[in-house]
Ligand binder design. Sequence first.
Ligand code: PLP
Length: 340
Amino acid sequence: MIDLRSDTITRPTEEMRKAMYEAEVGDDVYGEDPTVNSLEEESAQVLGKEAAIYVSSGTMGNQVAILTHTSPGTEVIMEANSHIYYYEAAAASVFAGIQPRPLPGDKGILSPELVASAIRPDDIHLPPTSLICLENTHNRGGGRVVPLEIMKKIFSIASQNNLPVHLDGARIFNASVASGVAVKEYTACTTSIQCCFSKGLGAPVGSILAGPEIFIDEARRWRKRLGGGMRQAGVIASACLVALKTMIERLADDHANARLLAEGLSGLKGLDFNPDDVETNIVIIKPLHISPMLFNEELRKRNILASIMEPDMIRLTTSKEVSRSDIETTIMAIRDILSG
Ligand SMILES: *Cc1c(COP(=O)(O)O)cnc(C)c1O
């Protein structure tokens, strides 16, 4: 099977397995797991923040951030196709009691002017704005890199209004490797950031949430409230340390494979697809004369797995589990499906 459903399907490397076996551990709820402590310190450094906290998933990282930054009855500005709005089962409404304010972006990229106009004035009829959320790279935007300039402008608008900015940076290393912009430059435009180890970086479990020290102290309480306090978590954190050390640069291979796929699908009749939209490891195509469900079934018959991105798109994601020749096979299969 060629698995292009997601980069979450990546399995730990040999080096990760070895690190997991050998990891020094303790009770992390007591702050006594040396491996988790190293991961949190190292991540904070890499992300240019004072402190960091290891969490079980990207969703937990985002939700702990929203819970820490906001209070119930306030409004959080976010992009209408963002993961926080689209794929977290309304967690921010359920747990934090916030009202989302979804704004339409251009393939995930928000206009700073639109963000500025959405910040609420002081009026008892209105929910006060408490937070602005960004996503980079943008998943439903097709892995688009949000330009640093846009992030700078939005951060400056936020600062003028005394608002924090949270970055859902599940794939921030993909953004950095693709654009050549240092991760710290992106994170300099945010108050907090969540980043996933369990996607293209290949670790089995976990995300990091980084930000100012007082923010992370309070985030620890929220993580505990949600049941996210883990004990000998060094067993899984050790793989994340290996991910930081060995798996970032190789994301360029995933991007090259996505580019190869994009070129191979370019100009095919029956597809709504612009190869220029592909910037990182995600390729989104829209079949014109066949439903995404049927298209996916045809792929599966040819031993290829893709994911349906509702309502009418197919997402193909490259990762370390997918080779160049897998991509060539996929291009032929899609040509075959569209001509049949
Ligand atoms: C995958 C993803 C998440 C959530 O990560 P989980 O570990 O699956 O909870 C958050 N944001 C974005 C943009 C993602 O792609």
